[in-house]
Design a protein around this ligand. Structure first.
Ligand SMILES: [Zn+2]
Ligand SMILES: [Zn+2]
Length: 354
């Protein structure tokens, strides 16, 4: 019996409760890859459900989608991935519909992501917090083996920020303001910089401001000044070309309206908030200012390919965005209890120390 026939995994059974369970890995399909998972980071989606803010996602939730590991087996039709490869994974779709044919899994007509339920009743169906995972070959991206497994686990967040940067059509030398210096704020900021922008991070917590500065980003300490005035001052009175709102708050949305340049400015709403934030603007203003208010979510396979390069060639630094204290799978409850909006990514290590 192969060591991976049974998988051990963490799942949420109710708000505030993460449990370790076991199940069979199941039959390995011709295009499946078995990954000996090394690490999985707790995403905002995961910990806000633990906090009881996403009850609509349902239970038991076998979430976790920011993981990486070593390939230990492949189905007989798999060609691009080999045993021993270090991989991180993308979200995936059915692979057969029109959207999937162009790598746009977010628009999959038969989605397997959140919303789907496995035959044995698990929501999410991602099983990211597992010691072994069965993943479709198309969702595996080869990562630089020199990366820490928790760094490689940033493939999905970096891909979503890449999708945002593509949506904004960032050009070299443009000023992009990122509101929020949490994990996704600083991922977005670094990705925008990699796309050629001058990036300013607006944040009020000293710990996060320090992080942003350590990553070589310009910052605005919004606890000690009016961030709108400061953006104007830093842009010769013009305002930013684009603003990425990386916190789900009405106040941030409204700041973005004032920080962005008067005409032809673009605002990207990257973060969800619970309760849902709003924005105070009339449509005349959108019309006369030719404002572009855009949403983003998820990523295409092309974005994942760019994200893998940004990480593999170390064009962005995510090491700084991982909390020092890590948890093993058996202590996943403690890991969830430690993760919140004031922290950077909390990492769950998935193999027992040998
Ligand atoms: Zn995520
Ligand atoms: Zn599909």
């Amino acid at each position: 019996m192969a060591e991976y026939e049974r998988m051990k995994f963490g799942c949420l059974t109710q708000a505030g409760k993460a449990e370790v369970r076991e199940r069979d890995l199941g039959e390995i399909g011709d295009l499946d890859v078995v990954v000996k998972q090394l690490a999985c980071n707790i995403c905002t989606t995961d910990y806000t459900q633990w906090q009881g803010k996403r009850e609509h996602q349902g239970y038991p939730m076998a979430g976790g989608h920011e993981g990486s590991g070593i390939v230990v087996a492949t189905g007989k039709e798999v060609k691009s991935i080999k045993v021993g490869d270090f991989v991180a994974h993308s979200t995936t779709g059915c692979g057969q519909c029109r959207a999937c044919a162009v790598g746009d899994f977010y628009n999959c007509e038969n989605t397997l992501g959140i919303g789907a339920t496995t035959e044995d009743g698990y929501r999410g169906g991602q099983f990211g917090f597992s010691n072994y995972a069965k993943i479709h070959a198309r969702a595996c991206f080869k990562m630089n083996p020199d990366l820490d497994p928790a760094e490689a686990g940033f493939l999905e967040p970096v891909a979503t920020a890449t999708h945002g940067a593509e949506t904004l059509q960032i050009h070299a030398g443009e000023t992009v303001v990122v509101i929020g210096g949490g994990t996704m704020g600083l991922v977005n900021a670094q990705v925008a910089k990699a796309f050629g922008a001058r990036v300013i991070v607006s944040e009020l917590q000293p710990y996060k401001l320090e992080k942003a500065q350590k990553l070589g980003l310009e910052v605005i300490d919004s606890s000690s000044c009016d961030p709108i005035e400061k953006v104007k001052e830093m842009t010769d009175g013009k305002g930013a070309d684009s603003v990425i709102v990386a916190v789900g708050l009405t106040v941030a949305n409204n700041q973005a309206l004032e920080m962005v340049k008067k005409k032809d400015g673009k605002i990207l709403f990257f973060a969800a908030g619970y309760p849902a934030p709003s924005i105070d603007i009339d449509t005349n203003s959108i019309h006369y200012r030719r404002l572009k208010l855009m949403g983003t979510m998820n990523a295409t396979q092309a974005d994942y390919a760019i994200a893998a390069k940004l990480l593999n060639y170390r064009l962005i630094n995510v090491k700084e965005l991982i909390e020092e204290k890590r948890y093993d799978l058996d202590h996943i409850q403690d890991a969830f209890a430690a993760a919140d909006g004031n922290k950077y990514r909390v990492c769950v290590m998935l193999q027992d120390e040998e």
